[in-house]
Design a protein around this ligand. Structure first.
Ligand SMILES: N[C@@H](CCC(=O)N[C@@H](CS)C(=O)NCC(=O)O)C(=O)O
Length: 211
């Protein structure tokens, strides 16, 4: 059995944040596939694993953690990677983790879900989500026009969190070079790091079976 066990599925950008951290840190980990598209996260058995009914969930020894930001913080501490050096850096990482969870991932992931899996097309709801996602992406793009990584010259768990959904860009109709070029260059820098893999290659469950 591997040292770390991650409940995940390939289409989950939130689970990707934890999986990517484990991969970039060359940790000893294994995936535990969660059959989200057949309702596993809604089952009583899964609620025993996570009362919030979500992936990712990380098991390590007798610990069981959920919420990608908490998992990233825990892994940074345990693995000694991507966690920042000073209290100021750690607060800066926390600032971007909160921005990601509230403003970037929330709107972008919901937009992508509705387009890619809900086949919603162009509706008032998807237009609202796209506007909100674009504002958050614009904030990130402006930051990355000035810095190689979100909190400075080196990658941290803030980068790992913020990029969680952004390698799925063809599923929410964003072209980085056209729309947010600094984000595109940053995604290439992350993808060049040893251990990087696309979410569909890092976690089980892709492609989805034909419905
Ligand atoms: N804030 C949470 C979000 C986790 C989340 O939304 N997970 C989704 C998959 S990407 C999920 O498991 N949803 C289950 C459900 O809604 O039933 C985190 O960062 O871990």
């Amino acid at each position: 059995m591997a040292e770390y066990r991650l409940y995940c599925f390939a289409q989950s950008g939130n689970a990707y944040k934890a999986a990517l951290m484990l991969a970039l840190s060359q940790a000893d980990w294994e995936a535990r596939f969660v059959d989200y598209f057949n309702g596993e996260t809604k089952t009583p058995a899964f609620r025993e694993v996570n009362e919030m009914g979500e992936v990712p969930v990380l098991e390590h020894g007798d610990q069981r953690l959920c919420q990608s930001g908490v998992i990233l913080d825990y892994l940074a501490e345990r693995l000694g990677r991507f966690g920042g050096e000073t209290p100021e850096q750690r607060r800066e990482i926390l600032r971007w983790l909160l921005f990601d969870n509230h403003k970037l991932t929330s709107y972008t992931a919901t937009l992508r879900f509705m387009l890619a899996f809900g086949k919603a097309g162009d509706t008032p709801v998807t237009r609202f989500l796209r506007d909100r996602s674009n504002v958050a992406l614009g904030t990130l793009d402006a930051r990355l026009a000035e810095h190689d990584f979100v909190t400075g010259a080196a990658p941290t768990i803030a980068d790992i969190s913020l990029c969680g959904y952004l390698y799925f860009n063809d599923e929410f109709d964003v072209v980085w070079s056209r729309d947010f070029p600094a984000i595109g260059r940053w995604l290439e820098r992350i993808a060049a790091m040893p251990g990087w893999a696309h979410p569909y290659d890092l976690m089980p469950g892709h492609p989805l079976p034909a419905s």
